[in-house]
Design a protein around this ligand. Sequence first.
Ligand SMILES: C[S@@+](CC[C@H](N)C(=O)[O-])C[C@H]1O[C@@H](n2cnc3c(N)ncnc32)[C@H](O)[C@@H]1O
Length: 500
Amino acid sequence: MGEFKFLSCRVVKGSRFEIFVMEEEDEDESIESLLRWASHLGISDRPTPPLSLSGRGLGAVRDLRMGELILRVPKSALITSDSVMQDTNLSQALNRHPSLSSTQILNVCLLYEVGKGKASRWYPYLMHLPKSYDILAMFGEFEKTALQVDEAIWVTEKAVLKTKSDWQQAHALMEDLKFKPRLLTFKAWVWASATISSRTLHIPWDSAGCLCPVGDLFNYDAPGKEPSDIGDLEDLLSSSSIHDGSLSNEDNTTVANTEQLDSQSQRLTDGGFEEDANAYCFYARTNYNKGDQVLLCYGTYTNLELLEHYGFILQENPNDKVFIPLEPAVYSSTSWSRESLYIHYNGKPSFALLAALRLWATPQIKRRSVAHLVYSGYKISADNEIFIMKWLLKTCHGVLKNLPTSIEDDTLLLNAIDNSQDFCTFLEVTKLISSRDEVDTFLEAHNMKDKCSESSIVLSRKTRWSMDKWKLSIQWRISYKKVLLNCISYCSQILDSLVE
Ligand SMILES: C[S@@+](CC[C@H](N)C(=O)[O-])C[C@H]1O[C@@H](n2cnc3c(N)ncnc32)[C@H](O)[C@@H]1O
């Protein structure tokens, strides 16, 4: 579920699409009917045939050049609150409930359309939406605890509470609309909310976005591999040695680079609604060879944000960030926001974190005189640098030590879940793990503790789904711990070079 696996690839024939559809093994024939339906709506990859779907994905049927138009989805095919509200029954009911947010409204619109069944003009599309999702709002107590890190647990609790309160607030409207009982349930609401969270695309006229048939089959590619990304800018600034010359030039360089970053961040998405074409248009974000999967950048996300909004994480995420506990005096030593004080995925402290630590480690009385250096990214002194690197080392070690499991055990557990042929083998393999509490809790939660001796255990759908989410929790905490380990090796290297 939500897992990115290409078990079969084939060219879809019999539709006007020359799209290369990558599907999961159990995906039924009907994907072709979705594409046939889409072409009737005017959704087209012509005249330049190119793309792919999630669990499913889109692949290139010929070489593609960066910037090439690869898919057009006319406005009339998009599911937006506006388009669904052309139904007067719905729009009148919405007028009677004016306090709902645009996302709540789109949620209701999606469920309303689902309630129409075959009478919905988007029926073939709705039928192909995933049946379940793995976003944080769907995590139960067990999977939430398996995240281990307070910040992630807190984000999960917030997501669950928000989904619940959104549902409660929208309930009166849905009753007013005489939704069938199954569409009134929290389960239905969470499904719609996860669909919207993980599949909508930005449109300028509605902050809730739109659902875009076929266009929502692109999987995600992370931005940040560009040569002058923020990491490089920080390199440029923080590797400079202690500097006492005029800073006016450096300041200008910083501003110029920051501006360059701004203009890049505006190009973070490679699809958008175009007024002239009255369509959502998608362009190749890079060159692709025939057979490659074609990806789309949804935006810049950390792994926790990807998990929260999309239900997956990237093993290598150039935009990942880890926040470590800082003393209140560090926050008050600078005007940088808390959000800017983090460790990059590669272990390097962010520009702002280094600056804040450098100032914090400077006696109060001297801070004013060194502030201009610090804000330009320069080191203050070797002693200051040694102090903050040692502090970072100690803090990262401390955070890792306080987590319930080691990265080695996490990796063993993940491999056991991934590679065991059956549940009994899984249980055997997990006996090698030093901290077995988590496995025992899982068995208890699914009433399987006393079944461990049975030779073949058939897992229920619910158990398998919980296991998928558990896996995501373990993957996430591994990625978190890796960043801290990267930081430890980064600081050790800097210390070695300073002490030499
Ligand atoms: C807009 S949909 C993309 C199409 C989707 N794969 C499908 O089968 O409909 C977004 C979802 O695809 C999956 N996904 C997208 N990019 C991914 C990636 N790079 N790795 C793993 N899963 C990904 C996630 O489940 C995500 O919520």
